[in-house]
Write a protein that binds this ligand. Structure first.
Ligand SMILES: Nc1nc2c(c(=O)[nH]1)N[C@H]1C(S)=C(S)[C@@H](COP(=O)(O)OP(=O)(O)OC[C@H]3O[C@@H](n4cnc5c(=O)[nH]c(N)nc54)[C@H](O)[C@@H]3O)O[C@H]1N2
Ligand SMILES: Nc1nc2c(c(=O)[nH]1)N[C@H]1C(S)=C(S)[C@@H](COP(=O)(O)OP(=O)(O)OC[C@H]3O[C@@H](n4cnc5c(=O)[nH]c(N)nc54)[C@H](O)[C@@H]3O)O[C@H]1N2
Ligand code: SF4
Ligand SMILES: [Mo]
Length: 732
């Protein structure tokens, strides 16, 4: 079975290596050597999935004659445990997709579909020329704006930020759509985000999945949850939608959106009234608890909580009693529940529940959100000095800085800038047209540009509106190092196959751009013009990372990923990182930012009269945002999007299964096929965000850039209330 590398591999050619062809017994060592038992000529390599996914899977790739034949989960990571999700098993299909961007191309005019192949030299000279032209016309590089986010979270991919720094002070999309409100909550309460090792969830006696659809979005934690269940633990899922995750629960609670804080406050009232508080823990570790307890007793009743949340009073009592007594009890706060105008505040109230029951700092416990403890790399590819004489936004003591625009309000913020205006966009690891709120405004923003460059591997909706597209490598064609924001493993990414077609990694593109700029104007770009991809990765390591992982060189990761074992139980040492060094139930930092000092109830956003239906657009099963769903195997499994509608709501509008539904509000509309289901409630419709091949489907036409309540403190910008999205519907 031989497959040679071809320019255009389509059909089934590249994916013939069936499951079971190579056994796991051969996976012991893979530093470019064939492990015993491997088919002759098959090499194995270590890779890590670089997607913005909780699981950051350690992978083994199987390569024959330079062709990637199969990708498996690496059994050396006890978290990945030899398994991938359905996206992971599709990687061979992704790498060899005929739809990959193969070489630099230009589109004249933008949006016409009139693409023409160009050379790397032409692409780089055009881009370099435009950068220098803008710099000359406006006196700085501020008219150049970069938007990079989560296409690839590898550490060397911060070289995209480095590309910008190396040309001068530029305009940058700052912030994150994922999790900022919740990060700030835990920053106010504990000083930062740290979660228990998700593998430790196996030790819980009670688990609440609070606004997390981990059966789709973080699948590798589920086996640990199931282990806990086998030991007798109870699983509760709190979500407005009866998701796949909810179907695994012993108890499913269909809460009204954005009222999680009311549920948690109701639980707190019960816990206080029934003296189930862990006073020893609270007194030793927190400040402000009495003030909050006073607030709860004076203001919160179980009847109010039941009315607010739609959760019956007896269920709130049961949940509160079980959570407070089944020690240890673990909460996983998902990112879905904080995508609301009071989302951060609701997370603070849930944090307080964990504290009052003494579940923080315990194995099998925790209020688990995320962590960045294994991310202490050098960011060598990112940290580049501005060229001499560069001018930017005035900073401290006569220095200059970049100009920030809010990633979560990108179109409006970019267009509002006048002095100087933004005239060139550089997208990498980012599909703004598909993923940003207010698609119509995003398109308007594109129209006001002189040059739009997108670096990507696929002809997505962002590329469709760009002038120049540059082909990006996949992670099998590149060296990198990868950490997770959830589990505690770190792994290396080897170059398993040569870069496909004419693709380059983002760092190689930075080097090529630097060459072109310095040829046109010596000294205009500080990015190195030469460098070996493995060396770039090696330079990200330091003593801190070595010590954390128990290694002395990155090369040891070629034997398998390593886990930071010192981090297993978050806050076990009680060394909180708040100003007071205690858990701050009363946070002066929050108060100073204009937020309530204590975790009190903040009203949720109500539906406006003309748009009474909430349109939720959470994360899909078959793709990760705009990635994977476009592949033929995924299109076969999930050929078209649907909007989930409760039969009562559908009947009200004369909508039957399979009808087209026009979903609209004052900023835009989208038409989607109806699927009638009781998994949602009669005032909420659901369609999962994604990019389908050859489709204009895009939920973000109706989504407004409404800020969440928190995020600025830790991430520079507030989060976005994706789920406070209100629409009207009609049969199309
Ligand atoms: N309506 C709605 N919208 C949402 C959300 C929602 O819940 N509802 N969720 C939001 C959230 S949480 C997020 S994180 C964002 C995600 O939005 P994005 O960060 O835009 O995420 P992706 O679509 O995963 O990736 C963007 C692009 O990166 C490309 N890419 C992959 N690897 C590389 C690489 O190595 N180099 C380069 N240059 N490109 C690469 C991919 O091909 C893809 O086209 O979407 C947000 N949008
Ligand atoms: N397959 C797949 N995996 C992914 C992603 C993907 O696109 N696809 N995206 C990745 C990224 S970038 C992120 S940020 C994470 C997100 O991971 P998750 O947080 O698990 O995902 P979401 O879909 O944003 O939301 C989770 C759940 O929150 C619920 N929810 C919404 N509003 C509320 C509320 O008010 N209260 C409660 N209790 N629940 C609510 C939604 O119904 C949804 O079921 O997943 C990552 N993993
Ligand atoms: S998308 Fe997530 S679960 Fe799937 S292979 Fe990648 S890291 Fe693993
Ligand atoms: Mo995200």
């Amino acid at each position: 079975m031989k497959i040679t590398r071809r320019q255009f591999i389509g059909g089934t050619a590249a994916v013939t290596a069936g499951a079971g062809l190579f056994g796991f017994n051969m996976l012991a060592k893979s530093d470019f050597v064939n492990a015993a038992g491997a088919e002759a000529g098959v090499k194995t390599f270590r890779n890590v999935c670089p997607r913005n996914c909780y699981d950051t899977c350690a992978q083994i790739s199987f390569v024959e004659d330079g062709v990637l034949k199969k990708v498996e989960g690496d059994p050396k990571s006890t978290y990945t445990n030899g398994k991938l999700c359905l996206k992971g098993y599709n990687y061979t299909r992704r790498v060899y997709s005929p739809d990959r961007i193969k070489y630099p191309m230009k589109q004249v005019p933008r949006g016409s579909g009139n693409w023409e192949k160009i050379t790397w030299d032409e692409a780089m000279n055009t881009i370099a020329g435009k950068i220098l032209d803008l710099k000359k016309r406006y006196g700085s590089t501020l008219p150049i704006c970069m938007d990079k986010y989560s296409g690839n979270f590898g550490i060397t991919h911060y070289g995209i930020e480095g590309t910008m720094s190396s040309i001068g002070y530029t305009t940058r999309a700052v912030g994150t759509p994922c999790w900022p409100a919740g990060i700030d909550s835990q920053t106010y309460d504990f000083g930062t985000i740290v979660n228990n090792d998700p593998e430790d969830m196996a030790n819980a006696n009670y688990i609440i999945l609070w606004g997390s659809n981990c059966a789709w979005t973080g699948i590798h934690t589920l086996p640990f949850i199931m282990k806990a269940k086998e030991r007798g633990a109870k699983l509760v899922v709190i979500d407005p939608i009866l998701t796949s995750t909810a179907s695994k629960g012993d108890l499913y609670i269909q809460i009204k959106n954005s009222t999680d804080g009311a549920l948690a406050l109701g639980m707190a009232r019960y816990i206080l009234d029934n003296n189930l508080v862990d006073w020893d823990y609270v007194k030793a570790n927190s400040i402000g608890f009495d003030e909050w307890a006073d607030y709860v007793k004076k203001n919160i009743t179980l009847d109010w909580a039941a009315e607010k949340t739609g959760v019956p009073k007896d269920v709130i009592i049961q949940l509160a009693h079980e959570y407070a007594t089944a020690k240890p009890a673990s909460i996983w706060v998902g990112y879905g529940m904080q995508r609301h105008t009071n989302g951060g505040q609701n997370v603070r109230i849930i944090d307080a529940l964990g504290v009052m029951t003494g579940n923080v700092g315990k194995s099998g416990g925790g209020v688990n959100y995320a962590h960045l403890e294994t991310w202490g790399f050098n960011y060598h590819a990112m940290v580049m000095p501005a060229p001499e004489g560069s001018v930017g936004m005035p900073g401290a003591n006569g220095t200059y800085t970049d100009r920030a625009v809010n990633m979560n309000n990108f179109a409006a913020d970019v267009q509002a800038l006048t002095d100087p205006p933004v005239k060139m966009l550089w997208f990498a690891c980012r599909n703004s047209v598909s993923q940003d709120p207010d698609t119509n405004d995003i398109i308007k923003m594109f129209n006001s540009m002189e040059l739009v460059v997108t670096v990507d591997s696929f002809f997505n909706q962002n590329v469709e509106l760009s002038d120049i597209v540059l082909p990006a490598t996949t992670h099998f064609e590149d060296w990198d190092v990868m950490a997770s924001y959830w589990h505690h493993w770190v792994g290396i990414n080897q170059r398993a196959i040569e870069p496909m077609y004419e693709s380059k990694s983002d760092v190689e593109i930075a080097m090529a751009l630097s060459k072109a700029m310095n040829a046109l104007e010596p000294g205009s770009c500080t990015y190195p013009t030469e460098g070996d991809p493995e060396e770039w990765t090696a330079k990200e390591f330091n003593d801190g990372i070595h010590a954390l992982l128990g290694i002395s060189s990155y090369k040891e990761l070629l034997d398998g990923p390593r886990k930071a074992n010192s981090l297993t139980v978050a806050w076990a040492d009680g060394n909180f990182r708040t100003p007071s060094k205690k858990i701050e139930i009363h946070s002066e930092l929050a108060a100073g930012n204009g937020l309530p000092a204590i975790p009190i109830w903040v009203e949720e956003m109500k539906a406006p009269a003309q748009y009474p239906i909430r349109f939720m657009t959470p994360h899909p099963q078959h793709g990760i945002h705009s990635q994977f769903q476009n592949l033929d195997w995924m299109m076969a499994a999930n050929p078209e999007p649907v909007v989930e509608i409760h039969p009562e709501l559908a009947a009200k509008h004369g909508i039957a299964e399979g009808d087209k539904v026009r979903i609209y509000n004052d900023i835009g509309e989208v038409t989607i096929k109806a699927h009638l289901t009781r998994t949602t409630s009669p005032d909420v419709i659901v369609s999962y965000e994604a990019w389908y091949k050859d489709s204009k489907f895009n939920v973000n036409y109706t989504v407004k850039a409404i800020p969440a309540d928190m995020g600025k403190q830790a991430t520079g910008m507030d989060g976005i209330a994706f789920h406070d999205n209100f629409v009207a519907i009609e049969k199309a």
